[in-house]
Design a binder for this molecule. Structure first.
Ligand code: URA
Length: 213
């Protein structure tokens, strides 16, 4: 039997060519490019200024984002806000989005909780036309990939965040400079949260100085 991932096709037919961010957001609300739209509450499209110099790319919306329809408004978003602030990068000036625009989850064995499930490679590939369209509209000076899913989506499947975090890369496919770092959820889960947070902050300070050039 076919798996969810192998039935995945592509968001491409849903992406209006040359559309601005508002039109992309409206079109993304009706995306049926893969199966993830079915159990999710809504599409969570990117948010932020169209002329942002910095674009942050996460993995996929979480439980809170799925309900509210905005990226990074849950616990990981709060940690991200604090780190952005400390690194002197105002969230209001940043365009925030995700590699995958629907929340993928499994129901908890007991209770009503929904447990995050990492998107499959086919689901990430299916959603990439949205990210490509956002990049074409925003044309940021720098993209920051938060965690492995975003980094692999933008820099290729062999990219390893653990080996190359905090370094300026160039994504040939999108012709944009990129810095990869850990996902804020990984900081929240780290055994030594303070150490993980300091590492995350150090990477964001590299981002700050790259943009300051
Ligand atoms: N994690 C992500 O990667 N993105 C969000 O929007 C929220 C949590």
């Amino acid at each position: 039997m076919a798996t969810t991932a192998s039935r995945t096709s592509s968001a491409a037919p849903f992406v209006p060519e040359g559309a601005d961010l508002a039109a992309l957001r409206r079109a993304a609300a009706g995306c049926r490019g893969c199966e993830l739209y079915k159990p999710a509450t809504q599409t969570v499209f990117g948010a932020g200024p169209a002329d942002a110099r910095l674009m942050l790319v996460g993995e996929q919306p979480g439980d809170v984002e799925d309900r509210q329809g905005e990226p990074f408004v849950g616990p990981a978003g709060r940690l991200l806000d604090k780190a952005l602030d400390e690194a002197d990068l105002a969230r209001e000036g940043v365009y925030l989005t995700n590699a995958v625009k629907h929340f993928k989850f499994v129901p908890a064995e007991r209770g009503k909780r929904r447990i995050h499930k990492t998107p499959a490679r086919g689901e990430i590939a299916a959603c990439l036309p949205w990210l490509r369209a956002e990049l074409a509209q925003v044309r940021p000076a720098l993209v920051v990939c938060l965690g492995a899913t975003a980094a692999k989506a933008v820099l290729g499947n062999s990219f390893k965040v653990s080996e190359r975090r905090g370094q300026v890369e160039h994504a040939e496919d999108y012709d944009v400079d990129v810095i990869a770092t850990v996902h804020p959820s990984a900081v929240l889960r780290a055994p030594d949260r303070d150490e993980a947070y300091q590492g995350f902050l150090a990477d964001l300070r590299v981002v700050r100085s790259h943009l300051g050039k």
